[in-house]
Design a protein around this ligand. Structure first.
Ligand code: ADP
Ligand code: MG
Length: 144
């Protein structure tokens, strides 16, 4: 279980376990922003969370769309990757409203920063996980 606001993982499996641990505290409508550089382990973390939520299909970063919807156990799951999206202020709000809905649990890689976070459709709690690779291959994670 997550014991605090900050923890370290030694490998991808442990990162998946942390995702699974967070998933147990999520409710429909909640949105989890997952920050970190390319290869930090964002998709790995989300994969673990999705498995814990009953998703059985492959979990990879969405590439040709900004998001994918997975069938979960009780709750459907949205998985977005906004890497290619520019400023949210210049996007049609409907773009994200299609994904971030009240009856899903949502995960967002490359989420907006600063004031633009407020432009995300909000139906539940907003959580942020930041993943930082350490020189020895471990990952430090902070949850807000
Ligand atoms: P991102 O989505 O942030 O670009 P991925 O989750 O797709 O990153 O990839 C992370 C890569 O780093 C995977 O190949 C994974 O196996 C590897 N890796 C090594 N150590 C860890 C760790 N402690 N946590 C997460 N991933 C790790
Ligand atoms: Mg990714």
């Amino acid at each position: 279980m997550m014991s605090g606001l900050e923890w370290e993982t030694a490998n991808a499996h442990e990162t998946e376990q942390q995702g699974a641990s967070l998933a147990t505290s999520l409710n429909p409508g909640d949105v989890v922003l997952v920050r970190g550089e390319l290869g930090a382990g964002k998709t790995t973390f989300i994969r673990g969370a999705c498995r814990a939520l009953g998703v059985t299909e492959p979990i990879t970063s969405p590439t040709f769309t900004i998001g994918r919807i997975y069938q979960g156990g009780e709750t459907a799951v949205a998985h977005l990757d906004l890497y290619r999206l520019g400023s949210l202020a210049s996007e049609d709000p409907a773009l994200l409203e299609d994904y971030l809905v009240a009856d899903r649990i949502s995960f967002v890689e490359w989420p907006p920063e600063g004031d633009e976070v407020a432009l995300l459709p909000a139906h539940g709690d907003l959580r942020t996980v930041s993943i930082e690779p350490l020189p020895d291959g471990r990952r430090r994670m902070v949850i807000e």
